[in-house]
Design a protein around this ligand. Structure first.
Ligand code: ZN
Length: 142
């Protein structure tokens, strides 16, 4: 999560909301990172999680991230939760809750929806206050 927070800080420098993500392989070794790049790239899908998933898949040489873990500073949105299910990732760890758009327990729970064929383990609240404070500081400055 410390690495994800560091990644998130890079988003803020380009005017993007500071959200950072890291994908770890089944042994816990970092495979790829990502941070929000919507403002930087003009791409509405350039969320930290999607970018980190794409890069991890490129490193592994395939779309299945079986056994991998994604760590992200903010609860995933519906798009990212959908992408995480599609990637067959084993575990999702997040810091701050997103009461307005979260799809991993707050507004929706896409990751643990029993109607879907893949449900990753979800661990929430890791360094929650630090993750939330980083976002609060960003929005206060704007
Ligand atoms: Zn998202």
């Amino acid at each position: 999560m410390r690495q994800a927070l560091h990644e998130a800080a890079q988003a803020a420098s380009a005017g993007d909301v500071p959200v950072g993500a890291v994908v770890l392989d089944p042994h816990g070794v970092p495979l790829a990172t990502g941070h929000n790049e919507r403002e930087a790239t003009g791409d509405p899908t350039a969320h930290a999680e999607v970018l980190a998933l794409r890069r991890a898949a490129a490193v592994l040489g395939g779309w299945r991230l079986t056994g991998c873990t994604l760590v992200v500073t903010l609860e995933p949105c519906t798009m990212c939760a959908g992408a995480l299910v599609q990637s067959r990732i084993a575990r999702v760890v997040y810091g701050a809750r997103d009461e307005k758009a979260g799809a991993a327990g707050s507004l929706w729970d896409v990751l643990r929806d029993r109607r879907l064929n893949h449900r990753p383990e979800v661990v929430q609240g890791v360094l929650e206050e630090t993750c939330a404070a980083q976002l609060t500081a960003f929005f206060r400055e704007r």
